[in-house]
Structures are given as C-alpha cells and as structure tokens.
Design a protein around this ligand. Sequence first.
Ligand code: 5AD
Ligand code: SF4
Length: 439
Amino acid sequence: MTAPKKLFIKTYGCQMNVYDSERMAEALGGQGYVETKSADDADMILLNTCHIREKAAEKVYSELGRFKGLKAANPDLKIGVAGCVAQAEGEEIMRRQPLVDLVVGPQSYHRLPEMEAKTRAGEKALDTDFPEEDKFEKLKTRPKASRGPTAFLTVQEGCDKFCAFCVVPYTRGAEVSRPADRILAEARDLVERGVREITLLGQNVNAYHGAGADGDMTLAQLIWALDKIDGLERIRFTTSHPNDMGDDLIAAHGACSKLMPYLHLPVQSGSDKILKRMNRSHTAESYLRLIERIRAARPDILMSGDFIVGFPEETEADFQATMDLIEEVNYGYAYSFKYSTRPGTPAAERAQVDEDVKSERLQRLQTLITRQQRAAQDSMVGKEVSVLFEKPGRQEGQMGGKSEYLHAVHVEDAGIKVGDIRKVRVIASGSNSLSGELV
Ligand code: 5AD
Ligand code: SF4
C-alpha cells in the first residue's frame, strides 16, 4: 500500500469557503489525500481564497511567494489556488506566479480529482467555468466519519442583487438554490455523524427557492423540514438580504424552537442616498420597520449587521445617518469595513472618499458597535441560556460552547461532554465570553 498523500488547505474569508474547503478535501480524499495541518510536509497546498475586500489578490501572491522554498525542496509538491481570487484572476495567477499548478473557481471544484491527476502528469490545470452541471451532484456523497457538533451546509449560492460595491455576483455567479431533498439528505447524514447544529449558508440565503416535492420551497419551508430531523437540535442561517425576509421566515423565528434567536441582516448604510447608490433597493426606514416585525415575532432575537463606511460620495451627514440607525437598532454583533474598490464593480469607478476620513469614521462606528456588543453580552449575566458544548476550554476541567444567541460560554464542570446541550446560568461576562454554571 502506498502512503497517503498529504493535503494542506488554507481557508480565507467567509463560512461558505470553510464549507467548500471541507468538500474539496473530501473530493481529493478519493485521490488518496489526507489533510495535514502544516504546509511543510504537504504533497499539495490549496489556498481557498476570498476576494471580498482590500488587496485580496496581493495577499494571495505574497503567500504563494512563501512556498518557493517548499517547492524547491520537493519538486513533487503541487500548489493550487481555489475560491474567489482564483475566479477573478484566472490564468493571470499562473502567469504571475509560475509555481502554481492549479487554479479552480468556486463553481468547478468538483473537477478537482481530474485536475489533480493532470498536475501529477506534469501539466497545469485551470478551471474557472460556471458549468451547466451542479457541482453538488458531481461531488461524492460525504464520507462517513464522526465529526464535531456543529456544521455548515450550503443551500444557496451566488447573487443576483449586484450591490454596487460587491464582487460576489461576478465571482460566485448567479443565484442558485440546491434542491431540498439533497439538503435534507446531507443534513440527516451530518446528524448521523454527530452534528447537532447546522448553519445553512448562502450569499443570499433567505432568497432560497430550491425545488421541493410540491414546487419550489422557501427558506422557511426548508427550515420546517429540517426541524423534523430527530437529533438535529439547532438551526441557523446566514447571510440574509432585507428584501428577501419573507413573512413565513419572520414567523418561523417566533414558532420554530430549533431556529436560534440570532439574525445576521446587513444594512450597509443608514443613508437613503447611499443605499440608493449602493443599489440596495431598501431604505433605512424599511429596514427599521422590518426589524420591528422580526422583534415582534421573537422579542429576544439578537441582531447582527454589516456596515460599509466611506462608500463613494458618503458625506458626514450620510455617515451620521448610519450612526443613528445603529443607535436605533441596537446590535448584538456587527462587522464593519472601510469601503474598498473592487475592480469591475460599478462603485470602483466613482469619486472616492479620502482614506483618512474613512478611517476616522470606521473608528467612531466601531466604538459605538463595541459598546452595544458589550451591553448585549453583559445583559446575559444572571440569565439562563442553553449552551451547545463544542470543545474543552483553555483551563483544565472547563468546557466551551455557544449560547442560542451565539455568545461564547465557558463552564467548569468535568461532567460535560462535547455535543451536550445544557442549561447554564450566566455568572460573569468577560472580555470575549461569558462564564456560567450548570443549572
Ligand atoms: N468594500 C468594503 N466592504 C465590502 N463588503 C462587500 N464588498 C465590500 C467592499 N467592496 C462587505 C459588506 C458585506 C460583507 C460580507 O463585506 O458589508 O455585507
Ligand atoms: Fe454582494 Fe450581498 Fe449585495 Fe449580493 S446582496 S451583491 S452578496 S452584498
């Protein structure tokens, strides 16, 4: 028997890339690869890249440069670039960095086994197609192995919204939903392997409209179907667009006990002028009313959001409107970014806001968000939460997990096992996590 070949995958960016990396490793498992945690002893290195913000491609090139020594020491080492930078740069990657053997986009990685074989025959392999066939149909069923209690599951991919700042519609392609029966089969399989919480993934997950037995299903209908799977205890989904937040999905937040009270609903800006220029097709007011309805269905829901500061033509007054919106919503969590130009997107061509102004606004926004996050976390002290334990904590006898609100929680109790869901009373709020005791 030959020794297994070693695969090192480095994943950048979003949760969907984490999911894709797992599936790529599984696909290459059929070629005799096992994963390794270090690039040094790898037979293949794959960078699964992200193109969403700032200098993504440059970072990939500098990372690739660092593999020169490894390639010199082991000429059989194959180096690949996957993900959204691969899609955006294509052949250019091999031109600029000749040590790269393989470039594969997010919609064609089911072809990795053939591509790997090609590199072993000494050829370069490039595939950045948006193929007709569905990659999920072509990928092998997931090999059975036990795994941790939480998992990601891609249900929808791509985006047709074309926000003026965003590369996703170009790198991930048009919006496509997977058929419901495939998703349910994958979910059942994950549960058999020990998973108790599934996060449904999609760039526009709440626009989900996959084929079901009686026509297309909404995300809410899919969630209700998942709700029936014994052993699956928690359901989450990300990322949503305000315009696709259907009534049935809002109602599910109140009625489905497995659906966790946490919702990531990016707004990007609080200024209607900027929202319009971003091509967001919602207003600050319509977003606020939507949150009112969501909170009416599930009063304790923890809201999270994304914000871009310094979008072209953002004035101080526009920025202040974003700050006002944040004050009004009161977020439990938020991600905020300085606008960065993405080649090929409409906003890249417009007059840009000064870098110093962007930095200063970002700082003010993050101060406000940090205060809200802190308050949300501190408000948990004294409350009972339910915690899914994921791994041992840093201290001996300690276990760590997540509450239904996605707060990290630590408990000192030798009796808790990974995968347990237990009621915990929160006793203190630390810098990044809560500590508590079993009820
Ligand atoms: N510049 C800054 N932030 C961006 N995002 C997407 N594109 C850009 C860009 N060009 C942010 C948005 C989105 C999140 C995933 O990344 O806030 O919701
Ligand atoms: Fe990008 Fe999201 Fe807008 Fe689609 S909805 S273009 S993924 S920011």
